[in-house]
Design a binder for this molecule. Structure first.
Ligand SMILES: Cc1cc2nc3c(=O)[nH]c(=O)nc-3n(C[C@H](O)[C@H](O)[C@H](O)COP(=O)(O)OP(=O)(O)OC[C@H]3O[C@@H](n4cnc5c(N)ncnc54)[C@H](O)[C@@H]3O)c2cc1C
Length: 387
């Protein structure tokens, strides 16, 4: 086996690995470093669509397919119009991000991009990465592989799944308002669950329609499709359409302590690092924010993981997840309370960990207390048992 040596290595050229690599690419601090990217797939498919909100202009605006400043929330006969200004809700196709990043990175002499399926890593000094035929060594490793321990279900952490199927549909008449998306529509749900559909109009005749559940087990393929068909026919009142693209996915929603599996200079990133917001499944913006923090920590010689995850939001997420896990049927009403009683800008700031404690109290005061008190007591009891 041959051995190749690097200063920094990144396993996985997905959302997190590419954010990190692009941030290093643009920072003169890394100009003399040898950086390795190990990715097992060709990254030549549009395997996901990323949506996120941000204020004003953003780093990826040139790649954005569409964005909106207005949305709607629906629950039974309640419609909440959401004017999200100064935010915009943006949609980015993953293939556009992959192609942009790969072109920029492979053109730079700082980087080696190798198609490799990493088999194992040993935390020696330097760190050793074992590929199929090659061994790589590096001083610092950023790793997108999800720790095996997460797959073990015999622990006290809550595990929900955000699972979904989406179609981009095309009509032969103007059917969509291109200025307005639907954030969550709970008018059609899978019985007794937190499930909803959202609609992202791309132009007057094309929209992405996605049926999503926050539950602990998956549905059959035909069940997602039946829900999508019913939603398009009965709620959107569209009878004739063509499906031009499809997306399906599963995102873990968990309070599992991913950060514990980062050790010294071997740091887990992305989903593997706990960058997916447990209560929402969003993580694209976290990849941008956390990549910036990792680089700042590296340049200041701080522990690499410092300040990445906020304790406050970990506690809120844990409680919200526990309520959804125990009383999944409550989800639609809880989200209705959230969007009806709290300004959407405050919700976005809260989900981005940018609210003050006073704002947090305001948000909490809007929700019914009983289910949350039970979750608080349950989590305290679990902690107590551990000691
Ligand atoms: C279909 C879908 C839609 C989503 N939509 C949104 C959204 O709208 N907004 C949002 O914020 N989040 C969304 N997410 C959640 C989250 O943003 C994505 O999952 C995001 O891609 C996570 O980034 P990541 O880098 O951790 O993982 P990935 O993007 O999956 O990247 C991990 C990479 O590591 C590679 N890899 C894994 N193991 C190895 C190995 N052993 N050797 C070499 N390479 C390896 C994989 O091939 C992959 O390219 C979505 C997720 C999915 C699945």
């Amino acid at each position: 086996m041959s051995t190749l040596n690097f200063d920094i290595a990144i396993i996985g050229a997905g959302a997190a690995g590419l954010h990190l690599a692009l941030a290093m690419h643009d920072d003169p601090y890394f100009r003399n470093k040898r950086i390795l990217i190990l990715e097992k797939s060709a990254k030549d498919k549009n395997d996901r669509t990323w949506c996120f909100w941000e204020k004003g202009e953003g780093l990826w605006d040139n790649l954005i397919q569409h964005s909106w400043s207005r949305g709607d929330f629906f629950y039974k006969d309640n419609t909440v119009p959401l004017n999200i200004t100064p935010y915009r809700y943006k949609l980015l196709r993953s293939i556009d991000f992959y192609e942009f990043a790969k072109k920029k990175i492979t053109a730079s002499s700082m980087f080696d991009w190798v198609e490799e399926d990493v088999q194992s890593v040993s935390n020696e000094s330097p760190i050793q990465i074992n590929g199929l035929k090659t061994v790589y060594t590096t001083d610092i490793l950023f790793d997108s592989r999800i720790p095996n321990e997460f797959m073990k279900t015999q622990d006290s952490y809550t595990r929900l799944l955000q699972h979904f199927k989406g179609w981009v549909i095309k009509t032969n008449y103007d059917a969509f308002d291109t200025d307005c998306f639907s954030m969550m529509d709970f008018r059609l749900v899978w019985p007794e669950t937190t499930s909803f559909t959202y609609v992202l109009p791309l132009n007057k005749r094309e929209a992405m329609v996605e049926f999503t559940l926050f539950t602990s087990s998956l549905l059959q393929k035909e069940d997602y499709e039946r829900m999508l068909k019913n939603y398009i026919n009965d709620i959107l009142k569209i009878q004739e359409y063509e499906i031009i693209e499809q997306e399906q996915g599963v995102i873990p929603m968990s309070d599992f302590p991913f950060e514990k599996y980062s050790k010294g200079n071997h740091i887990r990133i992305g989903t593997a690092g706990g960058w997916v917001k447990p209560s929402t499944g969003y993580s694209f913006k976290n990849c941008e924010r956390n990549s910036r923090k990792l680089i700042a920590n590296l340049k200041m010689n701080k522990p690499l993981n410092a300040g990445l995850l906020k304790r406050k939001s970990r506690i809120y997420d844990t409680l919200f997840l526990d309520v959804l896990y125990r009383q999944n049927y409550r989800g639609p009403a809880l989200f209705n309370t959230m969007y009806s009683k709290i300004p959407v800008q405050t919700i976005f700031a809260f989900l981005d960990d940018q609210t003050t404690f006073k704002q947090d109290l305001f948000i909490m005061s809007r929700f019914p207390t009983k289910p949350f008190v039970f979750s608080i007591l349950k989590k305290i009891a679990q902690r107590w048992k551990k000691f």
